[in-house]
Ligand binder design. Structure first.
Ligand SMILES: [Zn+2]
Length: 349
């Protein structure tokens, strides 16, 4: 896909002209399947439902506070799809908490990094971590973790070429109410062993060998590496074969705040330097889509996009196969506070 970002920087064109301009450049729309479009509908549907409690949580904060997060900006993500022939064009929010953008981001990262990672001999998957911390310590701990890792890389570089990618990930332990920031990376076995040694040395007593791991990596690990920085939700088995998506807004919000302005991914010694950003405007050609000129609007109640005639763009089976459960420590208190102050249920945000 061409780099269309630079065009929007031209101050002389109005935003409408810019969009037309950009569209003219999108002559090689990547192809996706109807199945993949349906998965995007599912991501948008789940993503929107988990956005509501995040927005509520944020509304209770002052907009001037450092903790303020622009969750609202994701409501408009891919909300209108313009169809021309088999091509669909829409705009994306490019936020880290957006499931739909994350789906596209993961695919982009895999496509662009995978060829370079293929060249790495005796590929290994490394995990490095420190202690679990409380929410208020998380941001500082992430900073320390990334700094220690860069020191370890510097030491390894004195002895060998360092080629690979690292990612920061944070998981939440609901029993202890603590956060576990850690680093995953794909490097050669030799580099991973050197990084682990340097890591242990720099950490001194702070890191035990527990929580550190170096294992052989396969293609599945490469795929896993490029997934989101946080698991976002848990899928549990519900009644009647339905899945239950459990989302804890408070812990996830703490993770997004702690990761604000920090790079999730960093590559070393590669020709490619891939940005985590996805294109804000994207056109895709959907193989198997009936040719038409149409405008599709997102309808949460339908779980997919709908046109004026009432046709649905994709299947919306996910609405029946999943139930979304918003829960977690202190959530009930926040929900009541929001609904008392703003007098609307969070599900109607
Ligand atoms: Zn988005």
């Amino acid at each position: 896909m061409p780099n269309i970002k630079t065009l929007s920087e031209s101050p002389s064109v109005s935003s409408q002209d810019t969009i037309v301009h950009k569209l003219a450049l999108l002559d090689h729309a990547p192809k996706i399947s109807v199945k993949s479009l349906t998965k995007r509908a599912r991501s948008k549907w789940v993503g929107r439902a988990i956005l509501q409690p995040l927005v509520a949580l944020n509304t209770l904060r002052s907009q001037d506070s450092e903790d303020w997060m622009n969750y609202k900006s994701s409501f408009g993500c891919a909300s209108i799809m313009k169809q021309n022939g088999k091509t669909l064009t829409t705009t994306y929010c490019n936020q880290r908490w957006c499931l739909l953008c994350n789906r596209i981001r993961t695919a982009k990262m895999i496509n662009q990094y995978a060829p370079a990672l293929k060249e790495v001999e005796r590929k290994s998957f490394i995990t490095l971590s420190c202690r679990n911390v409380k929410g208020e310590e998380l941001r500082g701990e992430i900073g320390r973790l990334l700094h220690t890792f860069s020191l370890a890389v510097r030491r390894a570089k004195r002895k060998m070429d360092v080629v690979g990618v690292r990612k920061i990930e944070v998981t939440y332990n609901e029993v202890e109410d603590t956060y576990h920031p850690h680093i995953h990376g794909i490097f050669s076995r030799e580099v991973s062993d050197a990084l682990l040694n340097a890591w242990m040395d720099i950490q001194g007593d702070k890191s035990s060998l527990k929580g550190q791991d170096v294992g052989m990596a396969n293609d599945g690990d490469v795929h896993e590496l490029f997934k989101y920085a946080t698991k976002l939700f848990k899928v549990k088995k519900g009644e009647k074969g339905r899945g239950e998506i459990h989302f804890d807004p408070i812990s996830q919000d703490a993770i997004f705040r702690a990761l604000k302005n920090k790079r999730t991914f960093q590559s070393y010694g590669m020709q490619v330097e891939v940005s985590e950003d996805i294109e804000e405007l994207e056109a895709v050609e959907v193989e198997g889509l009936e040719e038409d000129v149409n405008t599709w609007h997102w309808m949460s109640s339908e779980g997919t996009w709908k046109n004026k005639k009432g046709d649905l763009l994709t299947s919306s089976k996910h609405k029946d196969s999943y139930r979304i459960v918003i829960a977690g420590k202190n959530w009930e208190r926040i929900r009541q506070e929001y609904e008392k102050t703003y007098r609307i249920p969070i599900s109607e945000i």
